[in-house]
Design a protein around this ligand. Structure first.
Ligand code: HEM
Length: 348
């Protein structure tokens, strides 16, 4: 108890916004909470390994937009304009997984565990099952009663961003270059659909050739994975304000639809024995899938960290864990602000 108070006080000194976040917040109100989240993620992962990348991406898209408040989970309706419909969230997944975890928790401790804590802890467990490091998290986040679709549209980073834009975007949330490079290590797992890198394969920025920063053999591999279609070329990042228009998914040209559904597993070289190093090694081999990923090797400081993480797994694991803790604590809502939603998709 004393050490809990001490750690909670320490957080207050660090940042007044976190005054009620603490280690094992549910210790009395729902002692099994974190264990239930862990076992549910593990069980679902056995059935569908793609739940892990889905949940990891979800915490980023929640926390980056007005903090870790589960605002991303709110459905459209009842005066809520959902973040789910914003362009960067178009292929976000895992809402159904959060619903399953929430219903398990509601059975055990009704009305106690916030959706925001579920998102943060479920992402932590996902990192672990995907072969990444464990990191401790404080709990006690509360859920928002509003969504922020405009912020989601304009402030979530675009896969087309160049390095300076990416650095600026993460700096606006308090992350330095080292932390930004380590967070992108999340792209060690999951799937990237062709539409997010197709513009790099043909007529890149009107050059009539592929993005020169991609390894030529890798271009061939990607081309064979994503069927060719002239519909896919889209302009350089500078042609639109924040997000370049990605081809719309309801385009019913059949070859377009085919290649849009196709994608590349980030661990395309086969199952990874670790989470992290291979991603950075692939960047050094000019085999980054997204333009934004490959750009990390174009800056002096960021490239230094790419090299460091490519060769030092434990350094990556430590830095990634710390950056994930920071991400998971961004601008949290704590009592008496916000609420504990009973259904993660709706305000109470
Ligand atoms: C500059 C920053 C970032 C950009 C532009 C970006 C963009 C993207 C894009 C375009 C995809 C592919 C989605 C799809 O094909 O459906 C993706 C996937 C993913 N991103 Fe990021 N991302 C960024 C940072 C992050 C961070 C910080 C995390 C987590 C800490 C993260 C976690 C993931 C994961 C796990 C996936 C795979 C999702 C899945 O398989 O469903 N990303 N990201």
């Amino acid at each position: 108890e004393t050490s809990r108070k001490a750690s909670s006080r320490k957080l207050q000194e660090d940042d007044g916004l976190h005054e009620w976040l603490r280690y094992d917040y549910y210790n009395e109100s729902c002692p099994l909470a974190e264990r239930i989240i862990r076992s549910t993620v593990q069980a679902l992962y056995q059935l569908r390994p793609d739940v892990a990348p889905a949940l990891l991406r979800l915490v980023f898209h929640d926390c980056f937009v007005e903090g870790c408040d589960a605002s991303v989970l709110l459905d459209h309706g009842d005066g809520i304009e959902s973040e789910k419909d914003s362009l960067p969230n178009e292929s976000l997944r895992g809402y159904d997984v959060i619903d399953i975890i929430k219903s398990e928790l509601e059975e055990t401790c009704p009305g106690v565990v916030s959706c925001a804590d579920i998102v943060a802890v479920a992402a932590r467990e996902s990192v672990l099952v995907a072969g990444g490091p464990f990191y401790p998290l404080y709990t006690g986040r509360r859920d928002s009663v509003v969504a922020f679709p405009i912020i989601a549209t304009y402030e979530l980073p675009s896969p087309l961003d160049d390095l300076s834009k990416t650095i600026e975007s993460f700096a606006s949330r308090g992350f330095d270059e080292r932390e930004t490079v380590s967070l992108l290590g999340a792209h060690s797992t999951g799937t990237i659909h062709c539409k997010f890198f197709f513009h790099r394969l043909y007529n890149f920025n009107g050059s009539d050739g592929p993005d020169p920063s991609i390894d030529p053999e890798f271009v061939q591999l990607l081309r064979s994975n994503c069927s060719s279609s002239s519909h896919h070329s889209f302009g350089p990042p500078s042609t639109s304000p924040s997000l370049s228009p990605l081809p719309s998914s309801d385009d019913n040209n059949s070859s377009t639809a085919l290649s849009q559904n196709a994608g590349m597993k980030m661990d395309y070289e086969g199952p990874r024995t670790d989470f992290g190093t291979l991603y950075y090694r692939s960047l050094l081999q000019r085999k980054g899938l997204l333009f934004v990923d490959q750009q990390l090797t174009s800056g002096e400081e960021t490239e230094t960290w790419v090299r460091a993480y490519a060769s030092d797994l434990s350094l990556f694991q430590r830095d990634f864990g710390l950056a994930m803790i920071k991400l998971s604590n961004l601008k949290v809502l704590t009592a008496p602000k916000g609420q504990v939603r009973l259904n993660c998709r709706k305000v109470n």
